[in-house]
Design a protein around this ligand. Structure first.
Ligand code: DQQ
Length: 537
C-alpha cells in the first residue's frame, strides 16, 4: 500500500523488491525493449555475488519483469555476474557480453546468447562454453577489469570493444578486436587512459551526429566528419559519470578528446546518477540512456522497506549545436502518462513571492517552467573565488536571498513548507557576461534525520540575455530528476519526505530573489502510474 511504501516510484523503473544497481545490456530487439540490471535476489542490500535480472517493455514505460537472466553458476562467473552490454549482430542476432568473477576471484569477460531467437522476450540465455572469452591482462589487479561495452563493427568486418580498468591509479579503456567474436586480441595501446583518475567503470562509447538530434548506431561504418564520439567513464573513486567528446579514428585505433578529463569535466548528471548505459533504438532512430540512481537514506530504512535503487527515467541524448556538450531529454513516451494538464503564460513572480501550482498530483508529476529576466545589469557579480558550483549551491541554499535568484520550483513541499526540495537558478555577472547556476537543494527535503541531504549544483551554459531559463522536473515520490536549459544540465536526487507524501505533497514556483522574474510558461501534468508487473509463469 502507498501509505506503507511512500517512496516507491510510479513511473521510474523499479523491480518489485530487493537490491538493484547498474542497468545492463539495454537493447531493442524486434521492437521489444530489454533492460537487464544488476540484482541481488536475496535482499535489499548490495552483494558482490550479483545476478542479472531482466525486464521487457514495448514502450519503455510499462515493464514486464521476467525470470533472472544470469546467475553466478559457472567457473567463469561463480563469484558474480557483473555489468555488461548487448550488441545486435548483423542478421538480427543479439549477443551479451558481461563480466564474471571466476573461481580465483578474477574479473573476466564472458559471452552469452539467447536460447531461442523466436521467443519475443528472449527469456533464456545460454552462456558460451568457451568462456571466458577475455581473461585478465597481465599486470592488472584481478578486481580491476570489467564492464565490456557494446561492440562495434569496423569497415574490414572485424569487431571492437572496450573494457574498463586501471593500473596504478591510471584509468584505462582497453581496446579489443576480434574477427569471430570468440577470439579477442588486446590492442597494444588502450583507446584512452588518464593518470590519477582511478578505476573506470561502465565505460560507454558511442557516436553522435554533429548536426542532428537523431541517434547513431554504434556500428556506423565510415562515419566521416558528421559524427563525433562520446567516451563516458564512471569514475569509481568519485561515483561520477563523466564524459568526453572527441574524434575516433578507426585506422589509427585512437581517440582524441577535445578536452582533458578532470573532475570538473562534463557530467551526464550532477546529482545521483551512475553506471549509465546507452543504446541505439532503431525503431525511433535515437540514442537512449538510463542509469542507476542509488538511495540516500540509511541501511536500516532500506532493510525495512525491502528494496533499494531505481533507474533514471530513460533519456534521449544528442550533441548540442555548439558541439561542446550533450543534451538530454526525457523520452517522448512520457506523454503517455500525462494527465490533468495545468498551464499558464506570462505571470510575473515578484521578488520574495511564490505561487502554488494547483490541480495536479504533486508527488507524481512532470513540470516544465521557463523564466524571462529583465534588467539583467542589476545581477550580482560572481565572487571570483566561487568556482565550484556545487559548493556555491550548498553555501547559498534556497533560503539565501540574492538579486536574480533563487527562483525555480519547490517540489515535494509540505503545506507549511517545512519540507521542500528546491530546484532553482541564480544569475550572476562575470566579466561583463552572465553566468547561470542551477541548484538542487535537498537540505529541507525531509524532517527525518539520518538521511544524506547533500545539495547539488552545476552551471548551465546559456545566455540569459538571449535565452529563457528553463527547467523541467520529473517528480516521482522519492526521486526528483531535473533538466535545466532544455537538457544542458541535469540533476537527479533522492528524497524521503515524511509530510509531503502522496496527496499531501505540493508544488510551488518561487522567487526568493529581490528582483522580479517572469514565468513565461508553465505546464504541469499529473503522471499516471506505469504498469510494472511480474510475468506469470
Ligand atoms: N557495479 C558493477 C560493476 C561496475 C559497478 C557490479 C558500477 O560491474 O563496475 O555490480 O556501479
Amino acid at each position: 500500500a502507498t501509505s506503507e511504501q511512500p517512496y516507491r516510484t510510479a513511473f521510474h523503473f523499479q523491480p518489485p523488491q530487493n537490491w538493484m544497481n547498474d542497468p545492463n545490456g539495454p537493447m531493442c530487439y524486434n521492437g521489444v525493449y530489454h533492460l537487464f540490471y544488476q540484482y541481488n535476489p536475496f535482499g535489499p542490500l548490495w552483494n558482490l555475488r550479483m545476478y542479472w535480472a531482466h525486464s521487457v517493455s514495448h514502450d519503455l514505460i510499462n515493464w514486464i519483469h521476467l525470470d533472472l537472466a544470469f546467475a553466478p553458476t559457472e567457473p567463469f562467473d561463480i563469484n558474480g555476474c557483473l555489468s555488461g552490454s548487448a550488441t545486435v549482430l548483423p542478421g538480427n542476432k543479439p549477443i551479451m557480453l558481461y563480466t564474471g568473477i571466476d573461481t580465483e576471484n578474477r574479473q573476466v569477460q564472458n559471452l552469452a546468447v539467447p536460447k531461442d531467437l523466436s521467443d519475443p522476450y528472449l527469456r533464456e540465455w545460454v552462456k558460451h562454453t568457451g568462456n571466458p572469452i577475455i581473461s585478465l591482462p597481465e599486470e592488472i589487479q584481478p578486481d580491476d577489469f570489467r564492464d565490456p561495452t557494446t561492440t562495434w563493427l569496423e569497415e574490414d568486418g572485424t569487431w571492437r570493444l572496450l573494457v574498463g580498468s586501471q593500473k596504478d591509479k591510471t584509468g584505462i579503456a582497453f581496446l579489443y578486436h576480434s574477427g569471430d567474436f570468440v577470439n579477442w586480441t588486446k590492442s597494444d595501446s588502450p583507446l584512452h587512459k588518464v593518470s590519477g583518475t582511478g578505476m573506470w567503470e561502465c565505460v560507454d562509447f558511442f557516436p553522435v551526429w554533429v548536426d542532428s538530434t537523431n541517434g547513431v548506431d554504434t556500428s556506423i561504418i565510415n562515419p566521416s566528419n558528421r559524427v563525433k564520439h562520446v567516451l563516458k567513464l564512471g569514475i569509481q573513486d568519485h561515483g561520477k559519470d563523466c564524459y568526453l567528446i572527441g574524434k575516433y579514428s578507426a585506422d589509427k585505433e585512437n581517440y582524441v578528446p577535445e578536452d582533458e578529463l578532470t573532475l570538473s569535466t562534463l557530467r551526464l548528471d550532477y546529482g545521483m546518477y551512475y553506471a549509465s548505459k546507452s543504446f541505439f533504438d532503431p525503431v525511433k532512430n535515437r540514442r537512449i540512456m538510463t542509469a542507476w540512481v542509488n538511495e540516500s537514506d540509511s541501511e536500516a530504512d532500506v532493510i525495512a522497506r525491502g528494496w533499494s535503487g531505481v533507474q533514471s527515467f530513460p533519456r534521449s541524448l544528442w550533441l548540442d549545436k555548439n558541439q561542446k556538450q550533450l543534451l538530454q531529454w526525457p523520452i517522448e513516451e512520457i506523454e503517455m502518462l500525462h494527465q490533468n494538464e495545468v498551464s499558464f503564460h506570462n505571470k510575473k513572480l515578484d521578488g520574495g513571492s511564490s505561487l502554488e501550482v494547483l490541480g495536479i498530483t504533486a508527488s507524481q508529476a512532470d513540470v516544465k517552467i521557463s523564466f524571462k529576466l529583465a534588467n539583467l545589469e542589476e545581477a550580482e557579480e560572481l565572487d571570483p573565488s566561487w568556482v565550484d558550483p556545487q559548493l556555491i549551491c550548498s553555501e547559498n541554499d534556497a533560503s539565501k536571498k540574492g538579486k536574480f535568484g533563487p527562483f525555480g520550483l519547490l517540489a515535494l513541499a509540505s503545506s507549511d513548507l517545512r519540507e521542500q526540495t528546491a530546484i532553482f537558478f541564480r544569475v550572476f555577472r562575470k566579466n561583463g557576461r552572465y553566468v547561470v547556476l542551477m541548484c538542487s537543494d535537498q537540505s529541507r527535503s525531509s524532517m527525518k534525520n539520518g538521511i544524506e541531504k547533500r545539495t547539488y549544483g552545476a552551471f548551465v551554459d546559456i545566455d540569459p540575455q538571449q535565452d529563457e531559463i528553463s527547467l523541467r522536473t520529473l517528480i516521482d515520490h522519492s526521486i526528483v530528476e531535473s533538466f535545466g536549459g532544455r537538457g544542458k544540465t541535469c540533476i537527479t536526487t533522492r528524497v524521503y519526505p515524511t509530510l509531503a507524501i502522496g496527496e499531501q505533497a505540493r508544488l510551488f514556483a518561487f522567487n526568493h530573489g529581490t528582483e522580479s522574474v517572469e514565468i513565461s510558461e508553465l505546464s504541469a501534468w499529473s503522471m499516471k502510474k506505469a504498469q510494472m508487473k511480474v510475468e506469470e509463469p
